[in-house]
Design a protein around this ligand. Structure first.
Ligand code: GCU
Length: 449
């Protein structure tokens, strides 16, 4: 069954209010609202349902779908059969979860508007690039910030992160171009304020560079709005909307799909940059952007590694678990992250033909690291572990080792091989502890080439 889903229109009164405001009071309002934007690490756990279950005994009796069984019920027996099964899962994931991704553009255009040899006190080469790519409604663009370590062999393995508040939030470097961001959840955009520089404490660029990795980043707000009916406001989903269609229906892509597409376009550029080793690019994202990097890595095999921080439901946590956030609560707070088809599974999630173990398996045999946090039960760390375990047989089939255990580790005990996993103490955030594990994982898998 394929149905269209109508989203609410929460912004109408706000638009009216904005229109009635004089220019100066509008400016003041925008300044206040922008200043109130949360940093990634401090994002509130929006959409949390007070009725959520946190009792493991009530999480439900279910079996995760087996990634090694074809849609027709036949088992996948050899590595040679995997690409066919992989294509089946990818198609189901697109049809029923994130939506179909538009074709890769044949050509991108880009402009390097900054190429500075002695950035960050001589520690890095800094480049800033605007990437332009075609859509049915004209060219879209996004800004990519890149630091390449000065004293490391080139081309450098590179971590490409997708950030929340703008490229300028990842470091206090005053030369980073200020992003154009949405005013909270209003459908109005403006340049991010100077005060937002270096505000995202989830990144320690200097530390990453000191380990010999390049660091690149794009801002999700420059790709697709993160609010209800964002598809009306000039993001990629609007630009790809077929003529005559006025709202997403069926398998039309959600915001996560659009953000993932933005990562792939950044990769299009990185492939052309001689300082970056395009065969050793890891993608990293937190929370909704952890979901995004899993989907990006699942689709785009150019990404050599995926680092999914606290991705939770809609990411590495199985839809089938009734624990913390559920499809039901998500369908109310964040329906636009997914395709409308997903919402038809509310109340019958056991009928969803795929689940997150298969999302992880789509990345195999490339390394993937999944994290949770002890105080972030909303994201269901145990569920993420179960999905990582269930993806293991695909890694094994392809000659890699997954987690290599089905015992949930204790807090702050990283485990795994080609699938890495930990639950750290503390809350929903990206911390130095998380990065220490990511960099060790990258050393083990990306430096070996
Ligand atoms: C909410 C949402 C999560 C999401 C998180 C975030 O808490 O329910 O699914 O991961 O926001 O992106 O910060």
């Amino acid at each position: 069954m394929r149905v269209g889903v109508r989203f609410r229109r929460p912004h109408r009164w706000l638009m009216l209010f904005l229109c009635l405001c004089g220019a100066s009071s509008l400016g003041a309002l925008l300044a206040v609202m922008t200043a109130a934007q949360p940093s990634a690490s401090a994002l509130p756990a929006m959409g949390q349902a007070s009725s959520a279950n946190y009792d493991e005994s009530k999480a439900g009796n279910f079996r995760l779908p087996d990634p090694l069984v074809f849609n027709n019920g036949k088992p996948v027996k050899t590595p040679g059969e995997w690409p066919k099964r992989r294509a089946e899962i990818l198609k189901l994931y697109a049809e029923d979860v994130y939506g179909r991704t538009p074709k890769t553009p044949r050509r991108i255009r880009y402009k390097v508007f900054d190429d500075t040899q002695d950035a960050l006190g001589g520690k890095a080469v800094r480049k800033q690039v605007t990437i332009y790519f075609p859509t049915p409604k004209g060219e879209a663009h996004e800004d990519l910030l890149i630091y390449i370590p000065s004293n490391a062999p080139k081309p450098a393995p590179t971590i490409l992160a997708i950030n929340f508040g703008g490229n300028q939030t990842v470091n206090a470097d005053p030369a980073i171009k200020l992003a154009t961001v949405w005013i909270g959840k209003l459908p109005v955009r403006q340049q991010a304020p100077e005060t937002s520089r270096g505000r995202d404490k989830g990144f320690d660029v200097e530390k990453i560079l000191a380990r010999g990795y390049g660091f690149a980043t794009i801002c999700y707000q420059e790709i697709e709005p993160d609010f209800m009916e964002g598809y009306l406001h000039g993001g990629l989903r609007e630009m790809f909307m077929p003529a005559g269609q006025t709202e997403p229906t069926g398998d039309y892509w959600g915001a996560i799909g659009a953000w993932s597409y933005g990562l792939s376009r950044a990769m299009d550029y990185l492939e052309k940059d001689k300082d970056v080793d395009a065969h050793r690019v890891a993608i990293m994202g937190h929370s909704r952007l952890g979901k995004t990097v899993l989907w990006a890595g699942a689709q785009d095999t150019r990404f050599a590694m995926v680092l999914a921080n606290c991705s939770g439901r809609g990411g590495a946590s199985p839809w089938r678990r009734n624990y913390g956030e559920t499809l039901h609560s998500m369908s109310k707070a964040f329906p636009y992250w997914f395709c409308p088809n997903l919402l038809t599974y509310v109340g019958r999630v056991d009928k969803l033909p795929v689940d997150s173990d298969e999302l992880i398996a789509l990345i195999a045999p490339r390394p993937v690291y999944i994290t949770g946090a002890q105080d972030d039960q909303w994201a269901d760390p145990h569920g993420m572990f179960l999905a990582a375990v269930a993806a293991g047989p695909v890694y094994k089939l392809l000659g890699a080792e997954g987690l290599d255990t089905d015992q949930m580790p204790g807090i702050n005990q990283p485990i795994g091989h080609t699938i890495g996993f930990h639950v750290r103490d503390g809350k929903h955030a990206v911390t130095a502890y998380d990065w220490d594990q990511y960099l060790a994982f990258a050393d083990a898998h990306l430096k070996a080439h």
